[in-house]
Write a protein that binds this ligand. Structure first.
Ligand SMILES: [Zn+2]
Ligand SMILES: [Zn+2]
Length: 267
C-alpha cells in the first residue's frame, strides 16, 4: 500500500514537472535563464482602469521582474512612483501616439510635447502629427529607446518606411488575429527588427495576457533593454501556469488554470 502510494506520488511529481516544462517558450524548446516582464501597460494616469499601485501589485503577484509603465502622456506623479519603485524594476516610459502610429518611448523621464491632432478627433490620446522620424530622434536624443506599439493593428498602423526607424517592434498583441501576428513576425524579420511581446494592459487582469521572457543575467534597465534589442525576449501567453520568476523551473498554480481571456486594442 505504502509502495503504491509512493509510486503514485512520484508519478504526480513527474506529471507536474512534465507539464511545467511545456510552458517554457512557445516551441517548448527554449531553456535559457530568463526573467518575465512587460514593456507596455497603462494605469489611471491615462486610460487604464487600475491605479499604478494596483498594476504593480499584480505584476509582482504574477512574478514579473520588470515593467515599463507606458501611460499616454507621462505625469510627474507617475514618473516619480516608477523611479522610486522598490517592488519590481520599473522603467520610466510613455506611449506617444502620433497620427502615424504609436511609439513606446522606453527609458525616458519627460513627456514628448503634444501638438494639435487635426485628423484624429476620435483618439483622445493623440499627441499630434509629429513625424515618426522626429519623435524617434527626440527619444534617442533624450537617452531613450523607441519600440513600435502594435504596428500592424488596423486602427493604428505604422508604415513600413517609418517602422525601420525603430529599435524594436511589438510582433504580437493580445488584440491581433493569428494572421496579423504572423504578418507582424514576418515583417520584423524582413526589416531586421527585434521583437518584443506585451500585453498593452489597460487593467490588471489583462497584464498576464502576453508578456516577454528575456534572456538576462541580471535585472536592470540597461540589461532588459539590451536583451530586447538583441532579440532575446520571447513571447509568452498566459497558459494557466503561474509565471516563474526565473524560467527553467516554472511554479505551478493550478488555481489559475482556465482564467484566460481576450481584449481588443485600446490604443
Ligand atoms: Zn497602449
Ligand atoms: Zn497604442
Amino acid at each position: 500500500m505504502l509502495g503504491y502510494g509512493l509510486g503514485a506520488a512520484m508519478f504526480l511529481v513527474f506529471l507536474l514537472v512534465a507539464s511545467g516544462t511545456v510552458a517554457i517558450g512557445d516551441d517548448g524548446a527554449w531553456r535559457g535563464a530568463g526573467y518575465a516582464g512587460n514593456f507596455h501597460m497603462h494605469t489611471l494616469y491615462s486610460d487604464g482602469a487600475n491605479s499604478y499601485d494596483e498594476m504593480i501589485a499584480e505584476a509582482v503577484r504574477l512574478n514579473l521582474s520588470f515593467v515599463a509603465v507606458t501611460d499616454h502622456r507621462m505625469t510627474q506623479e507617475g514618473l516619480e512612483k516608477c523611479l522610486n519603485e522598490k517592488r519590481i524594476l520599473c522603467i520610466p516610459s510613455e506611449e506617444f501616439s502620433t497620427q502615424h502610429g504609436h511609439i513606446l518611448a522606453i527609458n525616458i523621464t519627460r513627456h514628448i510635447p503634444a501638438q494639435e491632432c487635426e485628423n484624429h478627433q476620435d483618439d483622445p490620446w493623440c499627441d499630434g502629427n509629429l513625424s515618426i522620424k522626429t519623435a524617434v530622434d527626440r527619444i534617442h536624443a533624450w537617452g531613450g529607446y523607441a519600440f513600435a506599439a502594435h504596428p500592424v493593428s488596423s486602427n493604428f498602423p505604422i508604415a513600413e518606411q517609418d517602422l525601420k526607424l525603430f529599435d524594436a517592434m511589438e510582433c504580437d498583441h493580445p488584440g491581433y488575429s493569428s494572421q496579423e501576428a504572423s504578418a507582424s513576425e514576418a515583417l520584423a524579420e524582413r526589416l531586421g527588427l527585434p521583437c518584443i511581446y506585451d500585453s498593452d494592459a489597460h487593467d490588471k487582469t489583462s497584464l498576464r495576457l502576453m508578456y516577454d521572457v528575456c534572456e538576462l543575467d541580471k535585472v536592470d534597465a540597461a540589461s532588459v533593454i539590451k536583451a530586447a534589442m538583441s532579440n532575446k525576449c520571447k513571447r509568452h501567453i498566459y497558459s494557466g501556469l503561474e509565471i516563474s520568476r526565473t524560467f527553467g523551473l516554472p511554479r505551478i498554480d493550478l488555481d489559475l488554470i482556465g482564467q484566460d481571456s481576450a481584449r481588443d486594442i485600446g490604443g
